[in-house]
Design a protein around this ligand. Structure first.
Ligand code: ZN
Length: 277
């Protein structure tokens, strides 16, 4: 499947990506975060909201956000609890004195949101959509003009990692289907450039996972196998970071297929098809 790229951003500089929405990219580039985490500054009727403050290590980013807000802040919103999005949240909350909005059941009990969001709740004039899969507390935010903030659920630059136990492949696939039933016209992801005309890309992501699932079943039809060897065989990632991510994704697929009764682990820990498969 195809992904988009973009040149290295000007860290610390706010760039308008849609009416009333600016993006500031945190300086935490890596194989898992692309050029860095996207922090969005969103104008709403009651003030300006910051979506995903970024990693705790990036103090220059904290300064860029507060400079850009110039005292107009109304709230901080979190797409999910992962440290590259959440890290600066306590410091930013302290600096701005505004409440933090996040899904009602945080996946990391080190943090409790000031305002607990449920699926369908409204914040900053947007609807929160609970979209577990990449993380159990993941939310997307939908503006009525068709802009959807997709966090790490759907990204333009790469597919998402789904790492059990907090990540869940069945939920992830279900939440991709949910987005396909909507008619949003611009996705703004947690990493990477904006994604216009997002539905074909989302459909590709879903097809990609379905193909992967079939490849796993075909491989297991030839004989039982460990998760590690299956990951090496099906994903062919030589870099250790990518191999780690591939194995987590594979385990998430196996967990889903196991719940569905299609595969099981034998006494030696190898995966195999069940008799009914
Ligand atoms: Zn994440």
């Amino acid at each position: 499947m195809s992904f988009s790229t973009e040149p290295k951003p000007n860290y610390g500089v706010a760039e308008q990506v849609a009416p009333g929405i600016n993006r500031i990219v945190a300086n935490n580039p890596s194989m898992m975060t692309y050029h860095g985490t996207n922090t969005y500054v969103i104008e709403a009727e009651d003030g300006v909201y910051v979506l995903d403050p970024g990693p705790a290590s990036d103090q220059a980013h904290l300064q860029s956000i507060t400079d850009h807000l110039r005292g107009r802040a109304a709230g901080i919103i979190l797409s999910h609890h992962h440290s590259d999005h959440f890290g600066l949240t306590p410091q930013l909350r302290e600096a701005l004195g505004v409440p933090v909005y996040a899904f009602e059941i945080p996946a990391d009990d080190a943090f409790t949101p000031d305002v607990a969001l449920k699926d369908g709740d409204e914040v900053a004039g947007m609807d929160a959509l609970h979209t577990p899969g990449h993380a159990s507390d993941h939310i997307c935010l939908a503006r009525s003009d068709g802009v959807l903030f997709t966090g790490d659920h759907v990204m333009s630059w790469n597919s998402s990692i789904v790492a059990p136990p907090d990540g869940n492949m069945a939920s992830y696939v279900q939440q991709l289907r949910r987005l396909l039933e909507r008619d949003d016209n611009l996705y703004l992801p947690g990493h990477g450039p904006p994604l216009p005309d997002p539905l074909p890309h989302t459909r590709q992501l879903l097809n990609h996972r379905e193909r992967r699932e079939r490849a796993i079943l075909n491989a297991l039809a030839e004989g039982s196998e460990t998760a590690e060897r299956l990951a090496n065989r099906l994903y062919r990632k030589s870099h250790p970071h990518l191999a780690w991510a591939a194995q987590r994704n594979l385990e998430a697929h196996l967990e889903k297929l196991s719940h569905e009764g299609v595969v099981r682990q034998n006494g030696t820990g190898k995966w195999m098809l069940t008799d009914g498969a």
